[in-house]
Write a protein that binds this ligand. Structure first.
Ligand SMILES: Cc1cc2nc3c(=O)[nH]c(=O)nc-3n(C[C@H](O)[C@H](O)[C@H](O)COP(=O)(O)O)c2cc1C
Length: 262
């Protein structure tokens, strides 16, 4: 599948086949894709615990919860607990040296000297601040996004679940104190059709993106839109006519509690 089609097929899958485990090699490909994502200063603070429903101890499964549509956690064959470990930032100087040695950063005969005398001391002075929320979450989001696309490319579905109980989950899983739990991501084979009711609504392109200054909409070329439609990045908008019937079917098949919102 081409990247454009994978992007077009990616949508949150909340209904998965609870009986079909996910092969570890497929999860490994997701993790490999996450590892290759870009990180500020190459610090690489994204970490994960993969929790498999069929192999994890019950107390590990019980440790996971999310307030919105959290029933998914009790159905999905795999939940990836993505977290950021701020201890990675302590290695910042060495990561920059590696980038320099790899030929990725800096040019000319003074590059080593400038790195040691100017750049590394600049970062060292604000190291604690650099461990805080901000760029780190952007980094981690890039890795999670790459893992997500890899999942869909392999015929899997996922749903990201935010939770306010991150500290409790951190403690329950025994993660280092330097960690921040970011997100729970369910992974499994979709029980619903891949379209999952159609492309979910999005804000208008013109309202989101600007050219040169705020308020000047980035021009949207319809020829590009047509091209991306041909390449299956744009798919039929939701709701497809049979979606409600599909949801009724899924609710019964998966024994989804109540409205499925909690
Ligand atoms: C960081 C993040 C947190 C999310 N948290 C939840 C959640 O707690 N529960 C849920 O059902 N969906 C959650 N979602 C999924 C969004 O609601 C989803 O993006 C939305 O339904 C748009 O549809 P799509 O992902 O299918 O394109 C989350 C998505 C992201 C990226």
């Amino acid at each position: 599948m081409e990247l454009r089609e994978v992007i077009g097929r990616r949508r949150s899958i909340r209904y998965m086949r609870p009986y079909q485990p996910v092969e570890r090699h497929k999860i490994q490909r997701m993790l490999e894709a996450a590892r290759l994502a870009s990180h500020w200063g190459n610090v690489g603070g994204l970490r994960a615990v993969v929790v498999e429903r069929h192999t994890a101890p019950q107390e590990t499964l019980d440790a996971l919860f999310a307030p919105v549509a959290g029933f998914q956690i009790r159905r999905a064959p795999v939940v990836i607990v993505w977290y950021f470990d701020s201890a990675a930032v302590d290695g910042q100087g060495d990561r920059l040296r590696e980038l320099l040695d790899a030929g990725a950063l800096g040019v000319g005969p003074t590059k080593k000297e400038d790195l040691e005398a100017k750049i590394i001391p600049f970062f060292q002075a604000i190291l604690e601040m650099l461990k805080g929320p901000g760029l780190n979450e952007v980094d981690c989001g890039q890795g999670i996004a790459q893992a997500t696309l890899m999942a869909y490319e392999q015929g899997l579905g996922t749903c990201c679940l935010g939770t306010a109980n991150t500290e409790q989950i951190r403690q329950n899983l025994g993660l280092p104190e330097t960690s921040r739990v970011l997100l729970l991501q369910t992974v499994g084979y979709p029980a619903e059709h891949w379209e999952a009711g159609g492309q979910r609504p999005r804000q208008a392109f013109e309202d989101l993106f600007h050219l040169n200054s705020f308020g000047e909409a980035f021009p949207r070329d319809e020829a590009v839109v047509d091209e991306l439609t041909d390449d299956k990045m744009f798919t039929t908008p939701a709701p497809l006519p049979w979606r409600e019937a599909e949801l009724d079917y899924l609710q019964k098949a998966l024994d989804v509690p109540g409205s499925g919102l909690i």
